[in-house]
Design a binder for this molecule. Structure first.
Ligand SMILES: Nc1nc2c(ncn2[C@@H]2O[C@H](COP(=O)(O)OP(=O)(O)OP(=O)(O)O)[C@@H](O)[C@H]2O)c(=O)[nH]1
Ligand SMILES: [Mg+2]
Length: 571
């Protein structure tokens, strides 16, 4: 919950004298002083002092550490780490960053390779790759014959001087290089994520870009890569910067009213302008929040539950998607007893698929537990697909009551995908409207009500997983439907080809928490009238701070720890 305000003027306002603010073209401002107008004399731009502590100019978002601030000990030390995976490989890169990278590491460890007469290495051209010998700084013993490059700060990843040693990636070579570096007294090995942390602290990246970089390194599917690369290149940062800029611009207007006070001249409609702006921002914030957690699901994996009656072909579907015999398939109903999970890449999306026990009434103790687990798996899943035997659906067996046969039905919802399987066993080959059949299965929806899914998309398919007919169409249709649902379709909003429409902005719960907090403060602001501008301004300050926490424009040490601790060492 947000902090309740005491109904008194904030301290930094109490002593503030009248300040002049440049707003827009002079107009009468009726709600404060109907008769007055802004003086026509030139006005100064919004002074930074009129903004609350922690809130900076909307035009130039800056980060908490910059060159003007003294550097901490941690920032001053030179760090090193292996930046590529340990183990055998063609090349292993050891990265060194900090003030001693050039003098200590390059100067003492990078030497001309055997037979070279070049003196270039003594005074290297930045950003140029040199062939060299890498030697031990004390003994001069050759560690490896490799390449070295010097990135002169601030044009480097960390904005500091960086040296990279490209060595042969063998355990002994890398261990010798790291051990040699450890003998240099001003160097220390890097903490996980410390290079990126320095890049952030030096204003090279904001937090969303740093998170994007981490996601890019971790990306296992095309969808994850696409979302991560947008964040890493700064598109997400831009969205949050725009929001914050908008809030601060509204705040400047509200502060103008506070500063001028009653009886002073001020434009008409300033407060209403601010409110209009905040309404627009709130709409955008809520649009980002109502995203069905697409960004978070893309990172963690989308949970898909396969469910349905026994013997319908659920495990066959899992095997078809996995392209291997992952689950046991037999003609005996009740073969699958427990939930079996596999993580697969479907259309570039990471999907955690759960095969479940067939849902039916049973007295078998073990199967009963399996049925209960199946229900829970469907309830906990982000999406579900109901597999049904088409012959059983169209030509139901004569035995058993419909209640016994339809234990699965209560779990079908308008969002459930359906696969009508075993089409090869149909005695005739009727035309089937799969979407109408799907909707007829939704308990609350009357048969043939014509109710369509939200996007009028295909969510049901007819196939035979054994004979293969319709199976490829199902796979293409299903992965397209998932891509559409999670905003990655090339032809729909949110895709990389139309990234500005309905983009994935929130990829972490911390983004969501801060945006929810901002949304609450913006709503509170809108509830205040022009007589309560001091309180209204306070809400905008809270909103701007909350948005700033997403990008790190408002830095808090524990946020930084949370962001960078999951990085690997060397990044
Ligand atoms: N003819 C035909 N048989 C199929 C098809 N798909 C699956 N089967 C068969 O149906 C039987 C049951 O398949 P499973 O995949 O084990 O079905 P299930 O839904 O997992 O069954 P339970 O685990 O018992 O709930 C097996 O003998 C499969 O070979 C199909 O498209 N056509
Ligand atoms: Mg099964």
């Amino acid at each position: 919950m947000f902090q309740r305000l005491s109904r008194q003027c904030p301290p930094h306002k109490r002593l503030a004298g009248p300040r002049k603010l440049f707003l827009t073209a002079p107009r009468p401002y009726s709600s404060l002083n109907a008769a007055s107008t802004l003086k026509s004399e030139p006005r100064r731009a919004t002074s930074r002092s009129s903004l609350a502590p922690g809130i900076r100019s909307p035009t130039r978002p800056r980060f908490i550490h910059n060159d003007a601030l003294p550097r901490s000990d941690a920032q001053k030390s030179t760090i090193y780490a292996l930046s590529t995976p340990p183990g055998r490989g063609g090349v292993g890169v050891v990265r060194i960053s900090g003030p001693d990278a050039l003098k200590e590491v390059w100067g003492r460890m990078v030497k001309p390779y055997a037979g070279s007469t070049s003196k270039d290495l003594l005074n290297p051209t930045p950003w140029k790759l040199y062939r060299c010998r890498v030697v031990h700084p004390s003994t001069g013993e050759t560690i490896d014959d490799g390449l070295a490059v010097y990135f002169k700060g601030p044009k480097s990843f960390t904005s500091e001087d960086v040296v990279e040693l490209h060595l042969h990636s063998g355990r002994a070579v890398i261990a010798a290089a790291l051990s040699a570096l450890s003998t240099l007294p001003t160097l220390r090995s890097a903490e996980p994520g410390e290079f990126t942390r320095r890049a952030y602290l030096n204003g090279r990246l904001d937090l969303t870009q740093a998170e994007g970089l981490k996601d890019l390194i971790d990306a296992e599917t095309e969808g994850q890569r696409k979302v991560a690369v947008r964040a890493a290149e700064g598109s997400v940062r831009q969205k949050f910067d725009e929001l914050r800029k908008g809030v601060i611009s509204a705040l400047a207007k509200v502060e103008a009213l506070i500063d001028f006070g009653e009886g002073e001249e001020i434009e008409e409609g300033v407060y209403e302008d601010a409110k209009q702006g905040v309404r627009r921002i709130l709409d955008t914030v809520q649009g980002y929040l109502h995203d069905h957690r697409r960004g978070e699901l893309l990172r963690s994996g989308i949970r898909l539950a396969i469910f349905g009656p026994p013997n319908a072909g659920k495990s066959s579907l899992l095997n078809f998607l996995a392209q291997r015999e992952a689950a046991i398939v037999t003609p005996i109903p009740g073969t699958t007893r427990d939930v079996m999970e596999l993580t697969l890449d479907i259309g570039g999306l990471p999907v955690i698929i759960a095969d479940t026990a067939g849902l039916r009434k049973t007295e078998d103790v073990v199967e009963k537990i399996g049925v209960e687990r199946a229900r829970q798996a469907v309830q906990n899943a982000d999406i579900s697909i109901c597999v049904l035997s088409l012959p059983d659906l169209l030509e139901p067996p004569k035995t058993g009551t419909s209640k016994d046969l339809e234990h699965w039905r209560e779990l079908v919802s308008p969002d459930t995908y359906c696969l009508f399987n075993k089409s090869d066993l149909l005695k005739t080959s009727p035309e089937i409207d799969t979407e109408a059949l799907r909707m007829a299965l939704v308990p609350s929806s009357p048969p043939s009500s014509g109710k369509e899914n939200s996007g009028n998309q295909i969510m049901a398919w007819r196939a035979s997983l054994i004979a293969g007919s319709g199976a490829d169409e199902f796979l293409t249709g299903f992965s397209d439907a998932l891509k559409r649902q999670f905003g990655l379709s090339d032809s729909t909003p949110g895709s990389s080809s139309s990234p500005e429409v309905n983009p994935i902005v929130i990829t972490r719960s911390r983004h969501r928490d801060h945006l929810q907090s901002a949304s609450r403060h913006l709503e509170m602001f809108l509830e205040y009238g022009p007589d309560d501008v001091v309180f209204a301004a306070e809400e905008l300050r809270y909103a701007a701070t909350a948005i700033g926490k997403v990008t790190g424009a408002i830095g808090v040490e524990d946020i930084l720890d949370a962001v960078f601790r999951d990085f690997c060492i060397g990044k």
